[in-house]
Design a protein around this ligand. Sequence first.
Ligand code: GSH
Length: 209
Amino acid sequence: MAEFKLHCFAASGNSYKAALFLALANADWEPVVVDYFGGETRTEGWRDNLNEMGEIPVLEHKGLKISQSGVILDYLAEVTGKFGPRTDEEKRDIWRWILFDNHKFTSYYATLRFMYGLQKTGDTPVTQFLRDRAIGAYRIVDKHLAANKFLVGDRLTIADLSLIGYVYMPEETGIDLAEFPHIEAWKRRISDLPGWRHPHELMPGKKAF
Ligand SMILES: N[C@@H](CCC(=O)N[C@@H](CS)C(=O)NCC(=O)O)C(=O)O
């Protein structure tokens, strides 16, 4: 049995954050596919057993069941000694970016992608609002990356792994990533790292409804 088990599915950018960590760290891990589109995470049994919040990803390690991608990444950095902070200042900086990611960068983009790219809602006032907010967050990250190769400390850290989760997701959002050249360059820098794999290569399961 693998050392780490990651409950995930192919279309989950939040899961990809942890899956990519495990791949780049060359860890002994296996994905446990969750039938998200079939409603598995909404069942009482799944929530009682794995995550009362009803969210993917969940990491199992040494009897622990850990949810929230930011906490999972922090835990993985601690137990593997990889991609974590080197100083207290870096630790604070990493958490600034992970919190910004969860509130703004991933959350608006992922919700937009879910509605527009997967549910195929077409454009609505809600998708337009989400796209405006996502573009605002992308501009902030693009500007930061114009002056920095990675988000914190000029090397890959869990801050990058958190924000990059949805940047590789292939579905249409109506946002042209070519408008963000520094995000594009950062994305290429990360895919050039040894061990990098596309989300669909790392995580099994349905890619859409
Ligand atoms: N902040 C959470 C977000 C996790 C999340 O929203 N996961 C999605 C799948 S990618 C989910 O399970 N959503 C269920 C729901 O919103 O009810 C994290 O970073 O882990």
